[in-house]
Design a protein around this ligand. Structure first.
Ligand code: 5GP
Ligand code: ZN
Length: 117
């Protein structure tokens, strides 16, 4: 099965193995790897392998994929012994998105303040 990919996209290059990343999780449709500039002792990025630029490009047919991104986060939390963690999906530049391949940040390993500040 071929996966929709954008050759100019950083995270597609990671999926293709053209750029290195410290892998945390992989299945047929999802890849998770460590953020290169961690904001917490545990900072993972969970992505669909297929290229989807932002949360706004998700379609109803992707609902299962999105659900499995959350389940992958849950499984990583168990594996890494994280009692609590935060997931964030920055959307578009106004939302702080820099890499336009949809990704879920997963932050843990330190005490998070309530709310987002
Ligand atoms: P955004 O601001 O788009 O939500 O987050 C993009 C994230 O990707 C940032 O936290 C940044 O540190 C991370 N990042 C950018 N380039 C690379 C890279 O080449 N490798 C990895 N592992 N993370 C990256
Ligand atoms: Zn991509």
């Amino acid at each position: 099965m071929s996966i929709a990919s954008d050759p100019a996209c950083l995270f597609c290059k990671i999926v293709a193995g053209e750029l290195p990343a410290e892998q945390l999780y992989e299945d047929g449709e999802i890849l998770a790897f460590k953020d290169i500039n961690p904001q917490a002792p545990f900072h993972g990025l969970l992505i669909p392998k297929k290229h989807i630029a932002t949360l706004n490009e998700l379609e109803a047919a992707d609902a299962d994929l999105v659900g499995r991104l959350f389940l992958a986060a849950q499984s990583l939390a168990r594996e890494h012994g994280l009692p609590g963690y935060r997931v964030v999906v920055n959307t578009n530049s106004e939302g702080g998105q820099v890499v336009f391949h949809v990704h879920m940040h997963m932050l843990g390993g330190r005490q998070m303040k309530p709310g987002l500040g």
